[in-house]
Design a protein around this ligand. Sequence first.
Ligand code: SF4
Length: 430
Amino acid sequence: MPKTFWIETLGCPKNQVDSDKLVGSLATDGMVPAESPEDADLVVVNTCAFVEEAREESVSTILAFDDIRSEGSELVVTGCMAARYGDELAQALPEVDRVVGFGGPLTAEAATRAANAVPVTIGSRPSRGGADVPAMDLLNMARPPSTSPWVYVKVAEGCDKRCGFCAIPSFRGPQRSRPMDAILAEVESLAAKEVVLIAQDLAAYGRDQGVGDKSIVSLYESISEIADWVRLLYLYPSELSDPLIEAIAAGPVPYFDLSLQHVSTPLLRRMRRWGNGQRFLDRIQRIRSMRPDAAFRSNFIVGYPGETEADHDELLDFVEQAQLDWCGFFAYSAEEGTYAAGLDGQIERGLMNERLAELREMQDSITAARRDAIIGETVRVLVESTGRARSHREAPEIDGIIEVDADLAAGEFHDVVVTGAAGPDLVATA
Ligand code: SF4
């Protein structure tokens, strides 16, 4: 009887892709997915460590799976929390059999193999499950085929930027872009209708391979020859070049996920980030002049050290003027080892919550109004599953959905007329 496994994935789509690849590697080792975590011989928790809330969720999930797992099974923790806290986490959680970094050996057999492996030198760095050279290079590992009409494709790992609040570069490392032909081969093999490109700093793709700014554009155009829809997430505003804007605006998915984080010039500089509200508005306006039906998403951090009432008011004004389709507002979380954790002017939680509530309330009414404005329009949708679809305006898993007739074939495109809206979601009929 083949051994069985269960992988529980927390955090962002990048972790989801890593888990897909771990599924592939365990299948290569002859293991099969378990019906439930209770039945699994191996339980893997792929953790997130981005902010305090995510770490708390990771620990509670690990303990919950320890409670339900079967006698004699193995509990392995991997992902960002494992990479960031390694031995410290192993000591804090004796319930866990192994804490392994990205691509580290999941099974006892693989751990023995890795331990006995003859280190291979790549340049000056040894390769034996070290922090920067994992036993398995997850980023370039093959992925099992997908049955979903849409897929995430991770095109790079790590980040070369140094935003004041972010610890990701400290455990995901510097930017490492995948070779373009490997990405195209993966897209071909997944054969999905919609490909959602992801990375920590997507628009900087290829920069570390010395091919200059054009690489994300040529990647986008090459994938657009294979998949019907190509969507890009996590676009750092200074990387949104004119050629990239023109390429996306000329395509079937004019969707711009701009990771802005704030709009106040002094505060953005304190965040060690580029731009300001007026530059962002100019860019958004330019895009709308090219594609009036373009959709926008952004994320903002509230309560960054030193954020004044004037900074907050400026962000409120921006949200009102920009009229973005979707926005996420997140409370600043002091991350150990980051530049911001040592800054003065830390904002007390009550004030942060007040500012968050004000922004979310304003954005909820903007999103609802933008959804209402689509009623009566004919839109092209990809039916994800029975009765559930998305148009170019909705990214998977984070934006609203479109409810459609149950008889529309899943995995296919259809033109539907929007007949109603309920908050972030729409209703449409063919
Ligand atoms: S761009 Fe900034 S926020 Fe994003 S992963 Fe890099 S350092 Fe973190």
